[in-house]
Write a protein that binds this ligand. Structure first.
Ligand code: PNS
Length: 165
C-alpha cells in the first residue's frame, strides 16, 4: 500500500482518542494521510469548523505524513483534490457497520476506483464516541481517557461559554 494517499474524512466534533488511535494506525499504513474535516452540513456541531480544524492541527502536529484540510460538499471532490485512492473510516462495533457500509456503497457509486478501508481501534476505544465526549464534557465529567488534554481544555471553555460551569 505504498505511494498511496489515504483520506480520513469526518466531522471530528471533537477529535477523540478513538480517532487518534485510527489516525496513528493509518499513518503507518499509507505514505500520506489527509485528515478531511467536514464542514458537516448534515449535523449541528458543538465546535465550529475553525475550532475543529485547530484541534486536529494541534493534536496531530507531530506527524510528518499527515495533512489537515477542510472540505464542504462531496467527499468525492476532496478525494480528487488530494489525489487520494483510499478512504479510511473506523468501525468500533457491528452497530457502526450499517451506516459505514451504506456510505462506502454510495462512495463506490460516485468513485468506482476508490476503495473504502475500515480500521478497528484498540479495545479501549470501542465505546469512545464524539456524542458521549460532548455530553460528558459539557456536563463536567472526566473525559481525560477519551480525549487529549488540548481537547479537554477546549471542552472546558465550551462548558463555561454555555454557562454550564
Ligand atoms: O464523522 P462523521 O459525521 O460520521 O462523518 C461523515 C462524513 C463527513 C464523512 C460524511 O457525511 C461525508 O462524507 N459527507 C460528505 C458528503 C458526501 O460525500 N456524501 C456522499 C457519500 S455518503
Amino acid at each position: 500500500m505504498k505511494n498511496t494517499v489515504a483520506i480520513y474524512p469526518g466531522s471530528f466534533d471533537p477529535l477523540t482518542k478513538g480517532h487518534e488511535d485510527l489516525i496513528h494506525r493509518a499513518s503507518r499504513l499509507w505514505d500520506k494521510l489527509i485528515i478531511a474535516v467536514a464542514v458537516a452540513h448534515h449535523k449541528k456541531t458543538l465546535f465550529s469548523l475553525e475550532e475543529r480544524m485547530d484541534i486536529v492541527c494541534q493534536v496531530l502536529k507531530n506527524y510528518e505524513n499527515i495533512e489537515v484540510h477542510s472540505f464542504s460538499g462531496l467527499l468525492k471532490d476532496a478525494v480528487e483534490e488530494h489525489h487520494a485512492s483510499v478512504i479510511v473510516r473506523g468501525v468500533r462495533a457491528v452497530s457502526d457497520f450499517d451506516y459505514e457500509f451504506q456510505m462506502a456503497g454510495m462512495n463506490k457509486q460516485l468513485m468506482p476506483h476508490i476503495d473504502s478501508v475500515f480500521l478497528v481501534p484498540g479495545q479501549e476505544h470501542h465505546f469512545t464516541s464524539g456524542t458521549f465526549v460532548r455530553e460528558i464534557g459539557l456536563l463536567g465529567g472526566d473525559v481525560s481517557s477519551l480525549v487529549s488534554p488540548y481537547v479537554e481544555e477546549q471542552l472546558k471553555k465550551k462548558r463555561q461559554l454555555q454557562g454550564l460551569a
